[in-house]
Structure formats: C-alpha cells, structure tokens
Ligand binder design. Sequence first.
Ligand SMILES: Cc1cc2nc3c(=O)[nH]c(=O)nc-3n(C[C@H](O)[C@H](O)[C@H](O)COP(=O)(O)OP(=O)(O)OC[C@H]3O[C@@H](n4cnc5c(N)ncnc54)[C@H](O)[C@@H]3O)c2cc1C
Length: 337
Amino acid sequence: MAFRVQIADSGAAFDVAPDETVLAAARRANVALAHDCQLGGCGTCRVKLLAGSVSYAEQPLALTAEEESAGYALCCQAAPISDLVISPAAPQVAFAAPERRTAVIEAVRALSPLVTGLTLQIDGLDAAGFAPGQYMNVVMPDGGTRSFSMASKPDGNRVDFHIRRIDGGEFTHRRVPGLRAGDRLDIEIPHGTFHFRAQDYRPLLMVATGTGLAPIKAILESLMDDPDCPPVSLYWGARTKADLYLHDDIRHWGERLYEFQYCPVLSRADADWDGRGGYVQDAIGAELDDLSEHAIYLCGSPAMIADAKRAFAGRGASLDHIYCEGFTLQNAQSAAA
Ligand SMILES: Cc1cc2nc3c(=O)[nH]c(=O)nc-3n(C[C@H](O)[C@H](O)[C@H](O)COP(=O)(O)OP(=O)(O)OC[C@H]3O[C@@H](n4cnc5c(N)ncnc54)[C@H](O)[C@@H]3O)c2cc1C
C-alpha cells in the first residue's frame, strides 16, 4: 500500500510505494529533500515527523534513540507505515549546483605518515564556488566517486585538501602516493550541506576525528578576524601525536578567533603525552558540562558522531543545534547509488 508524504512548510506532497524510502520517493517525484550519503550515516536527510510513523530495515547509525523518540527520522532509510507530514530539521540552504571540473595539482605534501595535503587549482572555480564545510567528489576511472572535504576557505580557484590513506584504498593508497604537481584530477564540486550556520549564533563546540578536521578548518578560517565570530572550542581526536598533523598551526588560531580553546585528544597516546586521552567525545572537559547553549559541529567517523550526539544530549545539548558530517565509506556509497 502506498502512503502519502506531505512537506509541512512547502505544501509539496508525494506518494511512497511499498518498500520505498521517503527519500527515494521524493527523488522520483522531483521533490527536493536535503540528502547526502544515502546510507543513514551522515544525518543530512533528517526531518521532523509532525504526523505519522516510519520503520527502518536496520537502525541507521546517524539517528540516535534520543532523536527517534524526539520525533526525528532519516528520509534515506525511513519507510512510512502511515501517511506522513514532515518538516526539514534544518533550514534548506541554496548551495551552488555541483559541476564537473578539472583540477590541476599545485602541491603535494606529507602532513603526517598517513595524511597527504593536496593543493588543487580548480578550473573555473571562483570564491562563490563552495561554502566552507562542503566537499568535492573525485571521479574515478570506473565512474565511481570518492569524497574529500575542502580544507581551506574559498580563495580564488585554489583549495587545500587533507587526504588520509585507507590501506588498500583505490584512491588514497593506490593513486595519491603517485600524484605530482601538474597532474590532473576530474572532480565534481561542490557537494554536501555541512556549513556554518551564522543564524545559529551560539558559542561553538567543534569536534573532529582525524581528517574530519578539514571542513572544520575551512569553517574556522572563514571566521578568522570576523568581529561576529562566536567563542570557539575545538576538540580534535586522533590516535597518536604523529596523527595531529596541524597541531602547531592550530595553537596559533587563537590569535584570529574569538575566545579560542583547543584541546587535542589521543586514543592511543604515547607515555610522554600530557594532554587528554581516550575518545574525543568522552574527553569534553567539565568546563563544557552544560551544552544547552552551544551550536555543535561534529565531523569524522560516523561512530564518533553517533556517540557524541548521545553523550552531548546528556549534557543538555539540543538536537536542533547539532550539525554533522560523517565520513561514510565510499565503496558502499558507490554500490548504493
Ligand atoms: C562527505 C565526505 C567527506 C569526506 N572527506 C574526507 C576528507 O576530507 N579527508 C579524508 O581523508 N577522507 C574523507 N572522507 C572519506 C573518504 O571519502 C574515504 O576515505 C575515501 O573514499 C577512500 O577512498 P579509497 O578509494 O582510498 O578507498 P576505497 O577503495 O573506496 O575503499 C577501500 C576499503 O577501505 C574501506 N574504507 C573506505 N573509506 C574508509 C574510511 N573513511 N574509513 C575506513 N574504511 C574505509 C572501504 O569500505 C573498502 O573496504 C570523506 C567522506 C565523506 C562521505
């Protein structure tokens, strides 16, 4: 039996066939609903259920029990079990449409044993070409794509990226080590909806694991020297000290950001580490015991994001003020697309 879905704010409506997800039906009906990974890992397609109920074949990673009981659903995985009225959980923003472009590599440098820094010059890209926080897709010879977040704020046609090696990975292991200045990549840019919400003016808590730092760096660069910059706390989780590939740079960001606090957290610290240890989401200090007034940006492993949402809700964080970018697995993404 088909169910009808109505979008509260726009009045748009569409039917969802049996065994279809809300997102698949919306796309079939040409109704725009924000979405990204389509695997239940990123949370971009979160909506509020104003009426009706949904079920999931498997509980999506990016939807916590707290979110579900507060009436949120993830459209890419949710199948209606009644007619629905939904409302997008976050205001929809009009980003530039993704375009296929050629990128020329300007510089390649090792940032750490596992992370390579790439600077690309992107043909035809201008300063309005992406919002800090968004990502590009590298188009592979087989037509598959690999996503990488812009790690610098818009600045002409030049953009930095932080690429972590995944052992056995087609792009990050087989291709990146051979890249040299002057080489070309086919890319699509921009993608994604992770971005700074200026209208959500609250102290910022930014939490990243590994190269999840990249889009957070782009956002923070865009706030540097801005008189409207809110207070910023950055927690960056990595395994060992060698993985903190921008540690020294970040310690200087406080000169250009308002009330900047930086706390690196190591899950496999060496004996000489005198900073915080454990998982980054568990290491938020007592100084941030009450998160009810913060805007929270989470980026990196989907497991960290799911845990952080649960832990932070316990400290009063509002689900309406948590913004996430999960680095979901690309092979699975290609298979699902
Ligand atoms: C929106 C978004 C933004 C991203 N931004 C960045 C970024 O800025 N920097 C960055 O380093 N990465 C980023 N990633 C992750 C990155 O896209 C993947 O690591 C990349 O696609 C791996 O490609 P590959 O060809 O090397 O590996 P593949 O050949 O695709 O995969 C090889 C094997 O590794 C597994 N695998 C793939 N990716 C990961 C992963 N991330 N973690 C664990 N196992 C994995 C696969 O399932 C497969 O088994 C982002 C991901 C998303 C969804």
